[in-house]
Design a protein around this ligand. Structure first.
Ligand code: DGY
Length: 322
């Protein structure tokens, strides 16, 4: 029997590519060039599985024609770049890679918090530029995290892992907002107060870390009014999705001193980063590195491969989205 034809839209970890090339009629993208939406749409007619990433765009209109694809095996947990309902209506399963990137993404949220509070990016730039004039009691004073309040918006896996790190590692108090109640067993061992609204979290917290999915339900959630609630000593950290924050409002809040700083790993229109942010010392800007460790990227790839194996063996579809 012919092997299923699969397409990876980007280069993947070598070990996973080797596995997929062995088990499938796989078209890899070793040059790692970005594929356009039209090209991905055309691929739906040619491949049994298309495996996109967050850097691809799969809007509803590409699912209206005839297609051969049975599954979109997304390399990543977030699927706000895929019109999931339209894909499913077209009979194409959408799957993701939950769980395996939780720790790494939470680590990166803490990285951003520490870099912001301790002015690490700014300090590093000073040293590299040869501008450091030596130790002095008032030089580059930051804020201490211990004893401060962390506000989590979206207490799913990554929100919980971030809260645990901040509390156990840095002695932070934790408050959070989550649309639905968080199961007691998920909160075990964590001292965290659930607040009723995002506004209350923005008001109560010294540092707010965002962990909601992005897309229609949460786009623009952090707007000018909510940023004002965070206050002039408050820090905002976003490792979730760029569209959750109104970037123009964020720039304005920073310029007005309405908040103390922002640590961002994600942007509304990646890889475009608002120019006004790149000029500021009170922001830390990373290039969407949340899941970027060797172990995690391999685990993500193998999870997609396991999912394809299940689908093409006629077993239940694991990690189905939607
Ligand atoms: C995810 O998994 O959604 C990350 O943001 C990108 O891989």
């Amino acid at each position: 029997m012919a092997k299923p034809r699969i397409l990876l839209t980007r280069a993947w970890p070598e070990a996973v590519e080797a596995r997929l090339a062995r088990d499938y009629d796989a078209v890899l993208n070793r040059e790692d060039t970005a594929m356009g939406t039209a090209e991905i749409g055309a691929a739906l007619a040619e491949f049994d599985a298309v495996c996109p990433t967050v850097s691809d765009r799969l809007p509803a209109e590409i699912f209206t024609g005839g297609h051969r694809a049975r599954i979109l095996g997304n390399f990543g947990v977030g699927v706000n770049h895929i019109a999931v309902d339209a894909a499913r209506t077209a009979g194409i399963e959408v799957t993701n890679t939950p769980g395996v990137l939780t720790d790494c993404t939470a680590d990166l949220a803490l990285t951003l918090m520490l870099m912001l509070a301790r002015r690490a990016g700014e300090g590093e730039r000073e040293v590299r530029a040869g501008r450091w004039s030596g130790w002095r009691p008032t030089h580059m004073i930051g804020a201490r995290l211990s004893g401060k309040t962390l506000g989590i918006v979206g207490m799913g896996r990554i929100g919980l892992a971030t809260a645990r790190r901040a509390q156990a590692g840095f002695g932070m108090r934790v408050v959070y907002y989550n649309r639905s109640p968080v199961p007691a067993e998920s909160l075990a061992g964590l001292d965290a107060a659930r607040l009723d609204t995002v506004d209350q979290v923005m008001t109560a917290a010294d540092v707010v870390s965002l962990h909601v999915p992005g897309g229609a339900g949460t786009a623009g959630l952090i707007d000018a009014e909510r940023l004002a609630l965070l206050g002039p000593e408050g820090f905002l950290v976003n490792t979730a999705r760029g569209d959750v924050v109104d970037e123009a409002a964020l720039v304005a809040a920073l310029e007005a001193g309405a908040i103390a700083g922002a640590g961002l790993d994600v942007y509304a229109d990646e890889p475009r980063v608002p120019e006004a942010l790149t000029r500021r010392d009170d922001v830390v800007l990373l290039p969407h590195l949340g899941s970027a460790t060797r172990e995690t990227r391999e685990a993500m790839g193998h999870m997609v491969a396991d999912t394809l194996d299940a689908v093409f063996a006629g077993r239940d579809v694991p990690n189905r989205v939607g």
